[in-house]
Design a protein around this ligand. Structure first.
Ligand code: MG
Ligand code: MG
Length: 235
């Protein structure tokens, strides 16, 4: 899973079409014996969700080509041996502005904060509070309509995991839970809407958005990130 995203990061350079990235991801996943989970999910037509600049999530790979200054959310689902992994990174087509570099960095930090809060005995609201705590000092908008989720045999399982919340609220986190945490952070306001294609979610103010995601397993002995690269590095 992480290796697929790592490959996508290396391919996401100026001039490549989003469709080409999608094709490369699908062939890589299949070469490893996996299946691209998103393809056909509620009719989604591709293996990756590719969301460019002011697109937030669920963008459909098409013929658009990456340009310098773009940022791209690459969200990938893979099913292997009946288990689903779900992860996303936001990559930059350098050079990008300082403002966008910071947006990506803070989004990634907020995911790390959420993962650190996802411990047996904590409460679900602690995860959202940790994500919010990492984002709010920077006055970005945290998308509220979409959230993290349980992940396992299915792509989307209970519980829903909001990217905001009050510390100490919600059910206690149990050993054995697998969650996909995925903050979506906007340079402007938190409002989003879906385009006429029925999939692509965009910021309502047209400002850029970043998204990153890991699937994690929470156990009594600690929390493991399931969607790192096979060498243990971040994709
Ligand atoms: Mg995802
Ligand atoms: Mg997800």
């Amino acid at each position: 899973m992480g290796d697929t995203l790592h490959l996508m990061r290396s391919l996401a350079t100026e001039g490549i079409a989003l469709k080409e990235l999608d094709r490369a991801a699908e062939s890589y996943i299949r070469s490893k014996g996996g299946r691209p989970t998103f393809k056909g999910y509620h009719g989604f037509p591709a293996s990756l969700c590719l969301s460019l600049n002011h697109e937030v999530v669920h963008g459909i790979p098409n013929g658009r080509k990456l340009k310098k200054g773009d940022i791209l959310s690459i969200d990938c689902g893979c099913t292997l041996d009946g288990w689903v992994g779900d992860a996303a990174i936001t990559v930059a087509v350098e050079p990008i502005s300082v403002e966008l570099s910071k947006l990506i960095a803070i989004t990634s930090e907020s995911l790390a904060a959420g993962i650190a809060a996802a411990r047996v005995g904590q409460r679900l609201g602690d995860i959202g509070a940790a994500i919010e705590g990492a984002v709010n000092p920077h006055r970005y908008g945290i998308v509220r309509e979409y959230c993290g989720h349980g992940v396992g045999k299915e792509l989307h399982e209970d519980p829903q995991v909001p990217n905001y919340g009050a510390a100490g609220s919600g059910p206690r986190i149990q050993s054995g839970w697998c969650l996909a945490l995925e903050p979506m952070v906007n340079l402007g306001g938190d409002a989003v809407h879906t385009l006429a294609d029925g999939w692509t979610v965009v910021t309502s103010d047209g400002k850029h958005s970043a998204h990153c995601e890991h699937s994690i397993a929470i156990t009594d002995t600690g929390t493991e990130i399931l969607t790192l690269c096979s060498d243990g590095s971040q994709p």
